[in-house]
Design a protein around this ligand. Structure first.
Ligand code: F6R
Length: 609
């Protein structure tokens, strides 16, 4: 999820590259770099930190290059350092590459390339690319990139340049966006449209498996077999601000729609090819420690805490280990009974939340092993934990967390199955069924997103409400908490989540004529109980929106509206049921004209206690 730009033409390339990178900085901002064709060779400049750090470094250099490539990084493999910043070069310094995405088989390729004599300078997966191109280069950069594509698996948007072919940029795409901008006597390349808008609105959208050969005089596109592809010009009529959001009105909506992709990235390479096992090579924990685990603690704040509540249910159910889940600001001061033999899981999208960091330190001081689930490589929790599992959701910009949450849930499922596998607590058949259902979730989310209009209508209908309730049992209660937080934080409607069976112990007094209630009933073994609870609120005049798995049609007898989810393994239902709740909160906030991406009083990263 980094930003890529490329330019080849007659104008000075550096200002064009930097301006494009500035427009993409919202996608990645922990390091930046460029390579340009300067004085008959390649000149490389790259720096850790914001783009401004790179700009200061090259300030005053009178570069005359008319072609080059640039990159703003959101670290995945390797911390944000100068060496890990892109572009990456081969051993001879004649080939340079920028890359978005993840090369899954980079470890094997790196070993092979090292055996062939290549010398590596970074910890990144990307660095295998210039070395592979170097290995296959016989005077034609595109031919070498085609050969490289045969060797790599994963997702990528790649730009490559070669000292021996000035002005030529070759491009490849697989599961990571890439746009080519058409100029006159000059051409542009970018991972996202905003970078192109100052120069052109005529573009080619590269498709998966396609390569492009870009020179000042023209662009040719071919497929993986080298066969030419005729591309249609896509005219961009978005304004710059819209383009940053890929045409969506808000970052939050964009991020909700990015969830299928984010989830695919989280799963990528983490389920074995035979579909039977979870592969979490990043965990370096002694199997004896896992077998002998006394207890698991999960601690986090806000939405990440809600992901932890789901984590508790699934780890207990699948791996049969007792799990406690705590809000980090409580955990750190409650003198928890914790020590060697325990596993503490901290969850943080940003990896910088002060209370979560403090909880992590507390756990380590007491001798527990700490695993961090985070979205930001090189963040504080990633550095301080014993092990890290990255969520690979890409930068989340809206304050209200959405894609981070579903990817955190995904990691919890993988981790629960992994723990179960080590401890022998899950039948192979059951394990395979869960993993198979996990792989289908991105498609199911797409199906749900296609029903946004209906949710927008519902949100509009209840936009004047002063109070709403979210009910559920078990995993549904965990998701109810997240749905209620989403609604509160962006629409400012007061909302409460309740374990459906608990309502009658006091809070039912608040349910009167017309109060909207969202009732989640996705768990087959709890379905009838939840239906009874829906009847209780209906009897007090509540208006009920039910959320159930398709086929559970009895809910129509008690709910005023029903939203059905595609059939899935019941344990995985939270990843689907949260989607309509996120959309409901979003559309309610829009209908109430709230500041969706930057809600009042809130910040994206809470680095103070
Ligand atoms: C709500 C939200 C917050 C965060 C919380 C923890 O939408 O985003 O509740 O989840 O502040 O942040 P991280 O995950 O960065 O530790």
């Amino acid at each position: 999820m980094c930003g890529i730009v490329g330019y080849t033409g007659k104008r000075p390339a550096v200002p064009i590259l930097l301006e494009g990178m500035r427009r993409l900085e919202y996608r990645g901002y922990d390091s930046a770099g460029i390579v340009i064709y300067e004085n008959g060779g390649l000149t490389l400049k790259k720096k850790a930190g914001m783009l401004s750090v790179l700009e200061e470094t090259i300030n005053g250099s009178n570069f005359t290059a008319n072609a080059g490539i640039g990159h703003t990084r959101w670290a995945t493999h390797g911390a944000p350092t100068d060496d890990n910043a892109h572009p990456h070069i081969d051993c001879s310094g004649r080939i340079a590459v920028v890359h978005n995405g993840i090369i899954e088989n980079y470890i094997k390729l790196r070993q092979w390339l090292k055996a062939e004599g290549h010398i590596f300078q970074s910890d990144t997966d990307t660095e295998v690319l210039p070395h592979l191109i170097e290995q296959f280069y016989r005077g034609d950069l595109q031919a070498a990139l085609l050969k490289t594509m045969e060797m790599i698996s994963g997702s990528y948007a790649i730009l490559a340049v070669c000292h021996d072919e000035p002005g030529r940029i070759v491009v490849a795409r697989q599961d990571s966006p890439m746009v080519l901008g058409l100029g006159e006597g000059e051409n542009f390349i970018a991972s996202d449209i905003p970078a192109l808008l100052p120069h052109t609105r005529n573009t080619y959208l590269l498709d998966d498996g396609e390569l492009a050969d870009v020179t000042p005089g023209g662009i040719t596109v071919c497929d993986k077999k080298g066969v030419c592809v005729n591309k249609e010009v896509f005219y961009v009529n978005w304004e710059a601000e819209q383009a940053e959001k890929s045409g969506y009105e808000h970052f939050m909506l964009k991020e909700i729609h990015e969830q299928p992709t984010a989830l695919r990235e989280t799963l990528r390479g983490r389920i074995s090819e035979d579909g039977q096992s979870v592969v979490l090579n990043e965990l370096d924990i002694d199997p004896a420690y896992i077998k002998g685990l006394r207890k698991v603690f999960i601690t986090a704040c806000g939405t990440a805490y809600h992901a932890g509540v789901v984590g508790k249910y699934v780890i207990e159910k699948l791996a049969r280990i007792p799990v406690e889940v705590d809000i980090a600001s409580e955990f750190r001061y409650r003198d928890p009974i914790i020590g060697p033999g325990d596993l503490v899981i901290v969850v943080s999208q940003s990896g910088e939340t002060a209370d979560t960091r403090a909880a992590l330190r507390e756990a380590r001081q007491r001798g527990a092993r700490v695993v961090a689930i985070t979205n930001v490589v090189g963040s504080s929790v990633a550095r301080e934990a014993d092990d890290v599992i990255y969520t690979w959701a890409g930068p989340e910009i809206a304050v209200a967390s959405t894609k981070a949450y579903v990817t955190q849930l995904t990691v919890f499922y993988l981790l629960a199955v992994w723990l179960a596998e080590q401890r022998g607590t899950l039948l192979v058949r059951e394990q395979e069924a869960i993993l198979d259902s996990l792989k289908k979730l991105p498609r199911h989310i797409e199906t749900l997103l296609a029903q946004s209009d209906r949710i927008a209508q519902l949100a509009d209908r209840y936009k004047e409400s002063h109070c709403m309730f979210f009910l559920g049992r078990g995993l549904d209660y965990a998701v109810a908490m997240e749905g209620s937080l989403k609604l509160k934080e962006i629409s400012y409607i007061h909302a409460e989540a309740y374990a459906a069976g608990e309502l009658k112990h006091g809070t039912l007094a608040l349910v009167v004529e017309g109060v909207p209630v969202i009732a989640l009933a996705t768990q087959p073994e709890l379905f009838e109980k939840t239906v009874s609870n829906i009847k209780e609120v209906k009897a007090r005049g509540a208006e009920v929106i039910g959320v159930a798995i398709e086929g559970f049609m009895e809910i129509e007898e008690v709910a005023d509206q029903v939203f059905y989810l595609p059939a899935t393994h019941p344990a995985l239902a939270p990843i689907l049921s949260v989607v309509p709740l996120q959309l409901f909160a979003y559309f309610a906030a829009v209908a109430r004209e709230c500041s969706v991406d930057k809600p009042r009083n809130l910040a994206k990263s809470v680095t103070v206690e």
